[in-house]
Design a protein around this ligand. Sequence first.
Ligand code: FMN
Length: 173
Amino acid sequence: MNSTLETIFRRKSVRNFKEAVIDDDTLEIILRAGMAAPSAVDKRPWEFILIKEKNTLLELARSLPYAKMAEKAAAGIVVAGNTLKQWGSGDLGYWVQDCSAATENILLAVESLDLGAVWTALHPYKDRKKIVTDLLGIPEHVVPLNFIPVGIPAGNPEPKDKYNPGVIHYEKW
Ligand SMILES: Cc1cc2nc3c(=O)[nH]c(=O)nc-3n(C[C@H](O)[C@H](O)[C@H](O)COP(=O)(O)O)c2cc1C
């Protein structure tokens, strides 16, 4: 197996972190990986809000229902879609797909660096999006897709083996 496949199969959600700092160069590489993702008509409608302030991480951990792990994260990234930059609009807009591709790149980059992260959902929940939008001052045309706490993994989380031949349909359903 090559190193790309090893990273893909090793990736798992990490929800326990050691208290630690991640240096800025490493955070930049992670964001660069996000921006290397494919996007419809190469519109790159993503925006990234990098959060290192402990108080902000604590506030997000407190106010979001499924992001308690951010308490101990070294940093957090909100991946958001800029609806003015995306290809298409409304129900036919592509920002969710584009930002999801960027998110997976971020999660794989994190894994490859022996760090840990987890996708916590914001979109499509109005209440979660409002919490993050208000706290971080996100403009109206930008929609937060997720919040990704990033840190040094605590414990030994294991990846799941999800291979399921039953979901593969050969030639026809
Ligand atoms: C769209 C989406 C939303 C998710 N939301 C949350 C969340 O709010 N909180 C959380 O702890 N994990 C969340 N996850 C992570 C999933 O629970 C996790 O990916 C799944 O259990 C599979 O485990 P794995 O990532 O370790 O392979 C989300 C993942 C996706 C793709």
